[in-house]
Design a protein around this ligand. Structure first.
Ligand SMILES: [Mn+2]
Length: 358
């Protein structure tokens, strides 16, 4: 298991590489260029600058996230071929700098979605990301976009790029009537376009689950359960077509058995990497993100790490969203302190699992 930390780059992240390097057991980052619009080519010079900075700090950069898929690809418009070609160029460019895994998602319009980015946790005065379907019911898509932008403490949020959301109403209209099967057909077309390039370059595509793990605003969503991902990995059968197993995203739906899903795809060699975090269910389609400790949420982190150990022990992992604690001000979900605690806790579980297996 290679423990990593998401890092937004020195211009965009309040957390420094030096701080990341000082977290015990940290081997590298999961990187991104957060200023790139969906569909744009990631140029060699930009990738080189990012990767060299990470390497200079003594960290690896083998996983890149948020290479966003252009909406025209998801909608199956004729312009998709150009965007798929751009994606292929980006894959080749990333591979030149040692990238092994690319995390992306295939969610229409909205990436992850929360109704509150800083919900107070009364028990200890910290705050975390929060979702309540009932609260969402009273908001339209534009309301949630405005609220998310206003609550981001001035940081960019992946999937919430202003230029992507500027034409929101038009985009939502274009999706009207699209079924899950149609979206899956468009997905297959995309995979048929990019997976052969991944095979040439020895890079894995890792699909991030829908977050939360159900459809929203009537849009089709096709990546929020084990059976959904069973379909995805067969859309284009290749070891390069993998899952980014995000425990918190899938875990927002209590019906998803996360350790079983890790074993299932791990044994198939179809896990590209994992995001590991905990979630506290508060009612029907209502949850908040919890600290990583099993007893503070509803996921069994021991069972999760044990499944990783048994089924995909060489994979990349990062602690996912943390709470905001110790009065830290930062990008919602991506502060330093709680994610560092999370990494340390996961490393502790790992050591115990490893030694007891001897
Ligand atoms: Mn995730």
């Amino acid at each position: 298991m290679k423990m990593t930390f998401r890092w937004y780059g020195s211009k965009s992240d309040a957390v420094t590489l030096k701080q990341i390097k000082q977290i015990p057991g940290m081997s590298g980052v999961m990187g991104l260029l957060d200023y790139k619009a969906a569909g744009e080519v990631w140029e060699e010079d930009e990738i080189r600058a990012y990767v060299e900075e990470v390497h200079a700090a003594g960290l690896a950069c083998e996983v890149i996230e948020s290479v966003n898929v252009h909406e025209d690809i998801k909608m199956g418009l004729p312009s998709r071929d150009q965007y798929i070609e751009n994606y292929r160029i980006t894959i080749r460019n990333l591979a030149k700098f040692g990238v092994k895994v690319i995390v992306y998602n295939f969610m229409p319009v909205f990436d992850w979605l929360r109704t509150d980015l800083a919900r107070l946790i009364p028990e200890d005065g910290s705050n975390s990301l929060y979702f309540d379907e009932q609260e969402l019911g009273s908001m339209g898509p534009m309301d949630i976009v405005r609220k998310t932008a206003a609550d981001s403490n001035g940081f960019t949020l992946p999937g919430w790029e202003p230029e992507r959301l500027a034409e929101l109403e038009t985009t939502l209209k274009q999706y009207e009537g699209m079924t899950a099967d149609q979206l899956r057909e468009n997905y297959q077309y995309f995979l048929d376009g990019v997976i052969p390039t991944c095979e040439e370059c020895d890079v894995k595509m890792a699909c991030h689950p829908d977050d939360p793990a159900w459809p929203i605003f009537g849009l089709p969503r096709i990546a929020h359960s084990q059976s959904d991902f069973d379909k995805i990995v067969t859309l284009h059968d290749s070891p390069c077509n993998t899952v980014c197993l995000c425990t918190g995203s899938l875990g927002s739906n209590p019906e998803n058995d996360i350790p079983a899903t890790i074993r299932h795809f791990g044994e198939m060699n179809r896990i590209g990497c994992l995001h590991v975090r905990n979630v506290k269910h508060l009612g029907y389609r209502k949850f908040r993100e919890a600290s990583h400790l099993s007893s503070e949420g509803d996921l069994d982190m021991y069972a999760i790490m044990k499944a990783v150990f048994d089924a995909c022990p060489d994979t990349y992992i990062r602690p996912d969203h943390g709470r905001m604690i110790w009065d830290e001000v930062g990008r919602p979900g991506y502060g330093l302190y709680d994610r560092a605690l999370g990494a340390t806790y996961l490393n502790g579980l790992w050591e115990a699992i490893e030694k007891s297996a001897r």
